[in-house]
Design a protein around this ligand. Structure first.
Ligand SMILES: [Cu+2]
Length: 348
């Protein structure tokens, strides 16, 4: 009889502990949000696209005319370009493909590895260097490469029916090129091959990743939060600034296979450190001071489970769109437009 009770409670516990419901993972844009049971493996593919459009100076919109007439080009003396900026970014598309794997050697520890590929595309306008500063023409630059490899250990701190909390400690290595060149249209109406600004390069830095994630269940609601930081521990000539990210989300499940989420994401990134003396284009993104800042985004997402590949666990798909609520970027930068992320996950 005792064994029978044990068996019943064991089955029941497994039922309420089940991770095979849509709501058991955070919105898809949250990285390292969950851990696995001993012996479980998971593979995942995520695709994200972020678009930037227009420009902001210290948090305020700035149009092309005032940008080229008021903003100094710090490299004018070295490069022979006009004293004011002459090339204005109009639109930037940043696409990223992330392939990941997870494996839990025990109930307390989950290992996570990820490989990221990026493709950046930028549309720019060039204005004449002299007199009326007439519009000369548009051009596009792009870069495409493997960008990062990361490895993390997730450590379970607590897990009950109502809540769970875990730590993430990892390393992230930027592996792409840091000296990509592209042809640009110069203010003197010539085509010149130049080293592209930092935004189009990888910094080759090694970062320490630290994250703390917790979530709590209330009937068909989950409230979760995560603090995650990426801290530069080793760099070459320059590196994008340390990044601190805080997210908090509410998810509501419609049924076991479908949940919706809203999320607030706050990112604080330091300025770029160091510099590459070969980056001297007459454009804002060539200036290391025009990087980093604070951004608050609103995320709307959906998680869903379905049967496609079969097996003991269902296939998992998530989508999340992030829209900027407020941006306080350092100096002169492009403005966030939207970011969308799709992800597929399969556990074994
Ligand atoms: Cu996983």
């Amino acid at each position: 009889m005792r064994f029978f009770y044990f068996l019943i409670s064991f089955i029941f516990c497994n039922f309420i502990f089940s991770d095979d419901v849509a709501i058991s993972h955070a919105p898809i844009g949250v990285m390292g949000d969950h851990f696995h049971k001993s012996g479980e493996k998971m593979i995942s593919a995520r695709f994200s696209k972020m678009q930037m459009e227009g420009n902001v100076l210290n948090g305020n919109d700035i149009n092309n005319h005032s940008l080229i007439t008021t903003q100094d080009n710090p490299f004018a003396a070295i490069s022979g370009a006009p004293n004011k900026l002459s090339v204005v970014p109009e639109k930037m598309d940043m696409e990223m493909l992330m392939l990941g794997g997870m494996y839990a050697p025990s109930d307390d520890v989950t290992l996570m590895g990820m490989m990221m590929f990026m493709k950046n595309k930028m549309n720019l306008k060039t204005y004449k260097g002299m007199m009326a500063r007439d519009f000369l023409g548009s051009f596009q630059t792009s870069s495409k490469d493997i960008s990062n490899i990361s490895f993390s250990v997730l450590y379970k701190l607590t897990k009950s029916d109502q809540s769970r909390m875990h730590l993430e400690i990892g390393l992230d290595k930027s592996v792409g090129d840091d000296d990509r060149k592209h042809k640009i249209l110069t203010p003197t109406n010539t085509i010149m091959s130049m080293v592209m600004p930092y935004a189009m390069q990888n910094d080759k830095a090694m970062r320490l990743v630290f994250g703390l994630t917790n979530s709590a269940n209330f009937k068909n609601l989950v409230i979760g939060s995560q603090f995650r930081m990426k801290y530069v521990i080793d760099d070459k000539a320059w590196a994008f600034g340390d990044k601190y990210e805080f997210s908090t989300w509410v998810q509501k499940s419609l049924n076991d296979d479908l949940s919706f989420s809203t999320r607030l994401q706050f990112i604080n990134q330091n300025k770029l450190s160091g510099s590459n003396p070969a980056i001297t284009s007459p454009v804002q993104s060539a200036n290391p001071l025009n990087y980093g800042g604070r951004v608050l985004n609103l995320g709307l997402g959906l998680n869903t489970l379905f049967n496609f590949l079969g097996g003991t666990h269902k296939d998992r798909f998530g989508v999340e769109i992030l829209l900027p609520l407020s941006e306080n970027r350092n100096g002169l930068q492009m403005k966030g437009h939207y970011e969308i992320q799709f992800g597929y996950q399969k556990s074994f």
